[in-house]
Design a protein around this ligand. Structure first.
Ligand SMILES: [Zn+2]
Ligand SMILES: [Zn+2]
Length: 248
């Protein structure tokens, strides 16, 4: 499958990533992508940009170096009801919203955003976030530190027209999620996505331009479970945009 877009990347504005918006767009163009989304962390993550960064996106040209640039945010789910850390009033200029759980365990309490609950509480958190109109994608729901009822997650995503993410960074050996069985969780999720007709998106979560669209390990998983290509939105820009509230 030819990947046309990467919808989860970070720039220097996240405080722990290393390239600018322009560098990311240029790298994406050189890889043959048609679109890239910049989704820096919302302010609960320490060291992040100010709120004004997310409310001033109208000054940025959405085409750069000949490819489409989408500007978004990676929101933090902060409680078991699925509340996120930026209100709708601050998100009027964003093109894409990802909601992720960054548990405050195993990462030196770097992300004090979420205390992992039991499987019911975590599932409720994800389902609650899906009902938020600012949320288009559930980011990396593959972390064994945050156990989840995948059947409920997959059905909920389909019913709320929200994408479930296959996060390439989760499979990096240095990533805390990779050590916790992320690959197995993805396979379980994918088998259910096929059964229920739920769409997924493959994202890099690149914190460096060098990691954009590095999808080899995700490809291996997709092939292993014989996942139907029609359910992967990266192959079609219009299909991807049909899941983004901003374009509908
Ligand atoms: Zn994340
Ligand atoms: Zn991220």
């Amino acid at each position: 499958m030819k990947y046309l877009l990467d919808s989860h990347t970070h720039t220097i504005m996240s405080g722990h990533a290393y390239n600018t918006m322009q560098e990311m767009a240029l790298a994406a163009k050189s890889l043959g992508l048609q679109a890239i989304a910049i989704t820096d962390h919302a302010p609960t993550v320490p060291g992040i940009c100010t709120m004004g960064y997310f409310t001033n996106f109208n000054v940025v040209d959405r085409f750069m170096y000949g490819i489409e640039l989408l500007l978004g945010v990676e929101l933090n789910i902060v409680d078991y009801e699925g509340k996120v850390d930026l209100p709708s009033s601050k998100l009027k200029k964003i093109d894409v919203g990802i909601a992720s759980i960054h548990p405050n365990v195993g990462n030196g309490e770097k992300y004090p955003a979420y205390r992992p609950g039991d499987i019911k509480e975590n599932t409720r958190a994800y389902l609650g976030a899906m009902e938020n109109p600012d949320v288009d994608i559930i980011g990396h729901p593959d972390d064994s530190k945050v156990p989840v009822d995948y059947e409920a997650l997959v059905k909920g995503a389909r019913d709320n027209h929200v994408l479930l993410e296959l996060n390439a960074s989760s499979l990096d050996p240095f990533n805390v999620r990779g050590k916790g069985g992320a690959a197995d969780n993805m396979k379980k999720m994918l088998r259910l996505c096929e059964r229920y007709g739920t769409h997924v998106i493959v994202n890099s979560d690149a914190h460096c331009a060098c990691a954009i669209a590095k999808f080899d390990k995700i490809n291996e998983i997709l092939q292993e479970v014989h996942f139907p290509e029609e359910l992967v939105v990266n192959r079609d820009l219009n299909l991807y945009k049909s899941f983004l509230h901003r374009f509908n």
